[in-house]
Ligand binder design. Structure first.
Ligand code: F0G
Length: 455
């Protein structure tokens, strides 16, 4: 097995390099921990040929549009359709794809009314093949894992990464190893990893503990790490922005709001925005804002208390288990893109998350709790005047409603919070729709219908 990754093919046409986000050191290959050989910070992928032969923006838009009617597997993928802005492959048949991306952009008229903004959209990444945004990154990173000759891929996860990795590994004929915190991921996500054949280890620690161990593991065993420290993941996740802007006819919204956990996704979205502006695909940048749960607010504290200079880790606790992360790996990348796009970083309470999730559900769309922080955060950003009512806002919904059914059922049956907050309860009661148990008679059903009609 290779001890360092030949991530970059040894051909003159290779079109990308790894660059350290701290010292700027450039390299053609990366170690198994995807850290800079000089200073140990994270790496990002860059495309040096853009300096000399800048891709032509109108030609790109036309090519991407035309691929929508193609039946070739690379074009059917909502990620590889944008392949000019991704690490290049010599042969499209190397791609491991489940037709990821191609996710809908929905208007949210009811949530717009509730919050007071005129135009509110949701880019629903939960509509990906395994139900979360992770698939857009995984198709790229799993493809490069197989290309580099690895048999095993591995990740630490709060659930969605493991579900996605296990699926792409299975499709690509790779073995997968999953490290998850015992008892702290939803059954739905765990069941996916099991079904796709991953070797699944439930560790008696939290996500941060799992990630620490994974980092040690990849230095000691020939496994390829597929966490978002892996910069190929972030390249794939950029495509959500390309697709979004295409859906908006290349008119940037005023605000993009995204949940923050390990902070890979916000970093990828920010990178995409900056690259699109550099290439002339958009004329100006939307403000990118990151929302965290109050109980897992490392970036919020890092920006407020340390001016973004050094990470303040926190012991993470939230029922939005996807973002139950206290020591986010990509905090520096995220803080850089927030600064570059003049975005904000906010935190929201458990009650605010629950209410926002039910409000999104009432639109007939639904999402998992971690995604709902975006709507809860928007309310705060409006109150603060950071978002103006007449501005256009896009919320990035990262996971499908079906990812965490326990949370939804607990909410509707009034059992979500151990210590009930009466004020929040009153506001939320109108959103609750607990199941009704009835005798199996027509009369009972008609009575219940009549009751439901009463104000
Ligand atoms: N939303 C969902 C549904 C997630 O699963 C995650 C992260 C995030 C938001 C936060 O994204 O980490 O890029 O800031 N889930 C990871 C996992 C950590 O293991 O599935 P991030």
């Amino acid at each position: 097995m290779p001890s360092s990754l030949p991530n970059k093919p040894d051909t003159p046409e290779s079109d990308f390099r790894f660059r350290c986000i701290a010292c700027g050191h450039l390299s053609d290959s990366a170690g198994q921990d995807f850290r800079c050989g000089q200073c140990g910070d994270l790496l990002e992928i860059v495309y040096p040929h853009w300096q000399t032969a800048k891709p032509d923006a109108p030609a790109l838009k036309t090519a991407w549009h035309n691929r929508k009617v193609s039946s070739c597997p690379a074009d059917l993928s909502g990620v590889w359709r944008f392949r000019e802005l991704l690490p290049g492959l010599e042969d499209d048949r190397e791609i491991i794809t489940l037709r990821e991306g191609n996710t809908p952009l929905y208007e949210l008229p009811r949530c717009a009314r509730i919050t007071g903004v005129t135009r509110l959209f949701a880019k629903h990444q939960g509509m990906n093949p395994t139900g979360s945004f992770k698939d857009t990154g995984m198709t790229v990173a799993a493809t490069f894992a197989r290309r580099a000759g690895f048999r095993w891929v591995a990740c630490a996860s709060t659930g969605n990464t493991s579900a996605s990795m296990a699926a792409y590994a299975a499709r690509g004929g790779l073995h997968s190893l999953v490290l998850v915190p015992e008892g702290k991921i939803s059954w739905s996500k765990l069941s996916q990893a099991l079904d796709y054949g991953a070797l699944t280890c439930q560790l008696r620690t939290d996500f941060d503990g799992c990630l620490r161990l994974l980092q040690e593991l990849v230095r000691n065993a020939p496994v390829y790490q597929l966490n978002s420290i892996n910069p190929f993941r972030l390249e794939g996740q950029k495509t959500l922005v390309f697709e979004l802007l295409e859906q908006l006819d290349w008119q940037p919204p005023d605000h993009l709001i995204v949940p923050g956990g390990n902070l890979g996704n916000s970093s990828a979205i920010g990178k995409a925005l900056l690259e699109m502006r550099e290439l002339g695909l958009i004329s100006h940048l939307p403000k990118l804002s990151v929302i965290q749960a109050e109980g897992a607010n490392a970036l919020v504290r890092t920006l407020r208390e340390a001016a973004g200079k050094s990470l303040i880790s926190v012991p993470a606790e939230t029922r939005a288990t996807a973002i139950r992360i206290g020591n986010p790996a990509s905090w520096k990348k995220a803080s850089n893109v927030l600064q570059a796009t003049s975005g904000a970083c906010e935190q929201v309470s458990e009650a605010e998350i629950a209410q926002a999730k039910a409000e999104i559900g009432a639109e007939g769309i639904g999402c998992e709790p971690a995604s709902a922080v975006t709507l809860a955060g928007l309310k705060k950003l409006l109150q603060q005047g950071f978002v103006k009512p007449q501005e256009t806002v896009v919320l990035v919904l990262t996971g499908n409603l079906l990812k965490d059914p326990d949370y939804t059922i607990d909410f509707h049956s009034g059992e979500l919070f151990e210590q009930k907050n009466k004020a929040a309860d009153a506001a939320m009661n109108a959103l609750r729709h607990p199941p009704v148990v009835l005798d199996a008679t027509l009369e009972a059903i008609i009575q219940t219908l009549e009751l439901a009609e009463k104000p």
